[in-house]
Design a binder for this molecule. Structure first.
Ligand SMILES: C[S@@+](CC[C@H](N)C(=O)[O-])C[C@H]1O[C@@H](n2cnc3c(N)ncnc32)[C@H](O)[C@@H]1O
Length: 295
């Protein structure tokens, strides 16, 4: 048995640690993201000491978006493959990348595990509609609402919906994130939201990532000073649309998984937050469940 004085000192120390954690968590997020952006490295882990000193650890290269595919060739052909499905592509909408198949496969797995009849799905930032169409084709009783900001994306996504004869179960709407769904009474009814948002910082788009803008639209890549502006907004706004137990899944840039996990944690409306890694061990999908399910 520890002496009382010793136990009180231990409790005080623990309380102090918790207070420091709450107070400095927002600063932590901003500082780690800023270091990652300024240094051109991702995976910056910081330790906040009781004196609020920030120590950067373990930097690793950020790979923002696959350059393996030939965008010009895909636009030339007007077609590409995604999840084994033929998709129409055209300038004005990002050519779907192979790495986004991890997000799509994770969403399909998660939906199958939910095991609900006629699941309701949102594809936020739908681009060419690749995620929305693939999910609708693989889950034949799903209803899918897709949305994007730009005319180019909405046009291409609607062409893909028609091409795959999905008009009965899919709608493509246009607007700034969830604004597109206002008036549709979707609040609290959605089983899964999938989102591959833009995630490249303005600094990098002016620097080493500038070549991405040669053929594809800026809206597909630009995500504010730290590359997280859309993740931040969607994390907050998705809460209103997900039913309790519903799932939010994001694609993240390599090295961003820690920051996006922290966003979901800090929101307090999500639980069972996890990272899905690709074959090389990079965390490229972050997911969490809307709190409040009874089971
Ligand atoms: C990385 S692309 C992803 C496209 C597609 N989902 C995919 O997986 O290939 C990001 C998309 O987000 C859209 N976007 C950017 N800002 C947006 C906003 N505020 N509201 C809705 N969509 C937005 C862009 O137009 C672009 O199509």
């Amino acid at each position: 048995m520890q002496p009382v004085g010793c136990r009180i000192a231990k409790m005080r120390k623990e309380r102090c640690r918790k207070q420091l954690h709450c107070r400095y968590r927002p600063i932590y997020l901003i500082v780690t993201t800023a270091i990652a952006t300024w240094t051109g490295h991702g995976s910056v882990r910081c330790m906040i000491t009781p004196h609020a000193t920030v120590i950067a650890q373990r930097p690793g290269r950020v790979t923002a978006m696959s350059e393996v595919i030939n965008v010009a060739k895909a636009y030339d052909k007007g077609r590409t493959l995604f999840m084994g499905i033929e998709l129409l592509v055209a300038p004005g909408a990002l050519v779907p990348r192979p790495e986004t198949e991890l997000l799509c496969a994770s969403a399909i797995d998660a939906l199958r595990q939910l095991n609900v009849a006629e699941p309701r799905v949102i594809d936020m930032c739908c681009g060419a509609g690749n995620l929305a169409c693939a999910i609708a084709l693989k889950i034949p009783d799903a209803s899918v609402w897709a949305s994007d900001l730009t005319d180019g994306c909405v046009t291409v996504a609607r062409r893909n919906v028609a091409y795959h004869e999905l008009t009965q179960r899919m709608s493509v709407l246009q607007g700034d994130l969830f604004d597109a769904f206002s008036g549709l009474s979707l609040d609290g009814t959605i089983d899964l939201i999938v989102c591959n948002p833009p995630y490249i910082s303005e600094t990098r788009l002016r620097g080493d990532r500038a070549p991405l803008l040669e053929l594809e639209p800026r809206e597909a890549f630009a995500a504010g000073p730290y590359g997280l502006s859309i993740h931040m907004r969607v994390t907050k706004d998705a809460v209103r649309y997900l039913r309790p137990g519903g799932i939010l899944l994001f694609e993240v840039g390599a090295g961003q998984e820690r920051q996006v996990t922290t966003l979901l944690e800090r929101n307090k409306s999500y639980e069972r937050i996890s990272v899905v890694t690709n074959e090389t061990g990079e965390g490229r999908v972050v997911m969490g469940y809307r709190k409040g399910a009874t089971t």
